[in-house]
Design a protein around this ligand. Structure first.
Ligand code: SF4
Ligand code: ZN
Length: 316
C-alpha cells in the first residue's frame, strides 16, 4: 500500500465506493483509490485555472519543465486538459543553468517525456543567454564576490531566461509547477526578507506588457504531486542539485513541513489569509527595466543587475 498522508483505515474509496484507497487526504477526510486520486488531480487543476482565470482558450502556453516530478506532472495534466481547447498550444521548455553533473539527466527526462506526449520541446542555456553557467559563477568565486547564493542567481536568471524563451517562441503565458507548498514558502521568504511590495505568486498578471506566469498547482500540496507522478509512472530526475543545502528556502520548507504535520489545513489557510491581506493592501505598479525592457519595480531589473555584476566579477 502506498501511504502518503497517513491512511487511517481500510474501506472503499470515498469517490467510487469500490476500490481500495491508496491515499488519505487529511484536510478533506477523503480516502482515494489510485484512479480517483489521479482524476481528482486533473479536476483540481481545472478548477484552479478557472477560479483564478489562469489560462485562456487560445493561449500559447510555455510549460517550464525542469525534468523533476512536479513539472513533468504538470505537463501531463495540462496535456490532458488541452484536449478540450483545440486553439491552445503547449510548449515544453527547459532552462539549462549550467550546473555541472546535474542538468543532463533532467534534460533527457524532460525531452523524452515531452515527445511521448507529442509536445514540442526546446532548451535554452544560461551560457548561451548570459555568457556563463551557474557552476562557473560559483566555482570561480564570482558569486561570493557579488555576495549572492547560488540559488539566488539560479532563481533570478531562470526567471529571466523563461521570459526570453517565451518572447522567442511567441508564448502568451508561462506555466510553472509551483505547488501550494512553494507558493507559501515564497510568501514567507518575502516576509522574512522584509520585502515591502509583495505581489501575488502564480496568478495571471499582465501589467506593463509582462508575459504572465501562472501556477496551476498553487492549490495542490507537494506530496500529492509526488504521488501523482509515482502513480502515473512518470520518469523524473533523481539527482539532487549540489547547491540545495545552501538555500534559505530549504529551511523555510523544513519549518512549514514541521508546522503543518499536525495541522493539515495550515498551508491553505496561510495562502488564503495572506492573499486577502496583500490584495487589501494593494501592491505597487511596474515601470520598465532600462536594459531589457521587461516590467520591473526598479529602473534596472534585478536580473539585469545580477547578470552584469556576475559578468564583471568573472572578468576581474
Ligand atoms: Fe537552482 Fe538552487 Fe534549485 Fe539548485 S537548488 S536548481 S541552484 S534554485
Ligand atoms: Zn532588465
Amino acid at each position: 500500500m502506498i501511504e502518503v498522508g497517513c491512511l487511517e483505515a481500510a474501506g472503499a474509496c470515498t469517490f467510487c465506493g469500490e476500490k481500495r484507497p491508496v491515499y488519505f487526504r487529511r484536510y478533506s477526510g477523503e480516502r482515494l483509490c489510485a484512479q480517483c486520486f489521479c482524476s481528482s488531480m486533473v479536476d483540481r487543476v481545472r478548477r484552479t485555472i478557472s477560479k483564478y482565470d489562469l489560462l485562456r482558450y487560445d493561449d500559447r502556453i510555455l510549460v517550464a519543465v525542469s525534468g523533476g516530478k512536479d513539472s513533468l506532472s504538470l505537463l501531463k495534466i495540462l496535456s490532458l486538459i488541452e484536449r478540450d481547447f483545440p486553439h491552445a498550444r503547449l510548449y515544453a521548455v527547459t532552462i539549462d543553468e549550467g550546473i555541472e553533473g546535474y542538468r543532463s539527466e533532467a534534460m533527457k527526462a524532460a525531452e523524452s517525456f515531452s515527445s511521448s506526449l507529442g509536445i514540442p520541446f526546446k532548451s535554452f542555456s544560461f551560457k548561451e543567454l548570459f555568457g556563463f553557467g551557474l557552476s562557473e559563477a560559483v566555482e570561480s568565486g564570482a558569486a561570493e564576490k557579488v555576495g549572492v547564493q547560488p540559488c539566488t542567481i539560479c532563481g533570478v536568471l531562470r526567471r529571466k531566461a523563461l521570459v526570453i524563451a517565451a518572447r522567442r517562441l511567441g508564448a502568451t503565458v508561462i506555466a510553472t509547477a509551483h505547488t501550494l507548498d512553494d507558493v507559501v514558502q515564497t510568501y514567507l521568504l518575502n516576509l522574512l526578507k522584509g520585502e515591502g511590495n509583495i505581489k501575488p505568486v502564480g496568478l495571471r498578471r499582465e501589467e506593463g506588457g509582462a508575459v504572465p506566469r501562472v501556477a496551476p498547482f498553487r492549490l495542490t500540496p507537494q506530496r500529492e504531486v509526488a504521488l501523482y507522478a509515482y502513480l502515473q509512472g512518470i520518469p523524473f530526475q533523481t539527482i539532487t542539485c549540489p547547491y540545495t543545502h545552501t538555500s534559505m528556502r530549504d529551511r523555510v520548507r523544513s519549518f512549514l513541513n514541521w508546522y503543518s504535520a499536525n495541522r493539515p489545513e495550515a498551508l491553505f489557510s496561510f495562502l488564503n489569509n495572506f492573499e486577502r491581506l496583500i490584495t487589501r493592501a494593494g501592491y505597487g505598479g511596474e515601470q520598465v527595466c532600462e536594459l531589457c525592457g521587461e516590467p520591473s519595480s526598479r529602473r534596472i531589473c534585478r536580473a539585469c543587475e545580477l547578470e552584469q555584476r556576475i559578468r564583471d566579477a568573472l572578468r576581474a
